[in-house]
Design a protein around this ligand. Structure first.
Ligand SMILES: CC(C)(COP(=O)(O)OP(=O)(O)OC[C@H]1O[C@@H](n2cnc3c(N)ncnc32)[C@H](O)[C@@H]1OP(=O)(O)O)[C@@H](O)C(=O)NCCC(=O)NCCS
Length: 155
């Protein structure tokens, strides 16, 4: 698996994986485009498989606009999960945030997203706020809380 900075040519592959990873409220290719347009206050990384096509296996993005950096997104394709790739991408975001001089890193996660909450717990994130009923759910299901988590960066 190779991890490198994302480029414009990765947009379509990222949007495809996004739709697979986030069945509700997936970002469009246009939204990724507008994120990329905000560089250098955004940093996006992609992990590519070692196949001939360099298929995108995961990606992660960070905003370094504020005093605290913010995880904009992180996703790993279903067939690559549980292999340490999510943790590798998250660690890279932390290094990027520290290099940009951030004091900490914020993110938002659905309360029912156990894999993501597990990942963030391993990296020392702590709950700072709960937004009640913030996330939409699949048809008919009740809305889900958003948890705002923060990790202090040690310098
Ligand atoms: C969340 C996500 C990025 C994790 O990626 P991953 O590559 O599978 O994670 P890793 O293999 O690096 O796992 C790192 C740690 O996360 C936790 N974790 C991973 N999968 C988990 C699961 N299914 N249940 C509970 N904890 C889990 C574990 O603590 C794990 O450490 P361990 O392997 O030592 O036990 C992945 O599940 C994903 O893309 N989900 C869909 C998109 C998403 O929800 N993104 C987050 C939005 S906030």
């Amino acid at each position: 698996m190779r991890v490198r900075e994302a480029g414009w040519r990765d947009l379509a592959g990222m949007a495809r994986l996004e739709a697979e990873c986030f069945p509700v409220d997936a970002w469009s290719e246009g939204l990724f485009w507008s994120e990329f347009a905000q560089r250098p206050q955004r940093a996006y990384w992609v992990a590519t498989a070692d196949d001939a096509d360099g298929t995108i296996a995961g990606y992660a993005g960070l905003s370094t606009a504020g005093e605290d950096a913010e995880v904009m997104t992180i996703a790993v394709g279903p067939e690559h999960r549980g292999t340490g790739l999510g943790a590798r991408l998250l660690d890279l975001l932390h290094e990027t945030a520290a290099a940009a001089g951030a004091s900490g890193v914020l993110l938002e996660v659905r309360a029912d997203n156990e894999p993501a909450r597990g990942l963030y717990a391993t990296r020392g994130y702590q709950l700072v706020h709960t937004r009640r009923g913030y996330y939409r759910s699949a048809q008919g299901a009740p809305a889900v809380d958003a948890l705002v988590l923060r990790k202090e960066l040690t310098r």
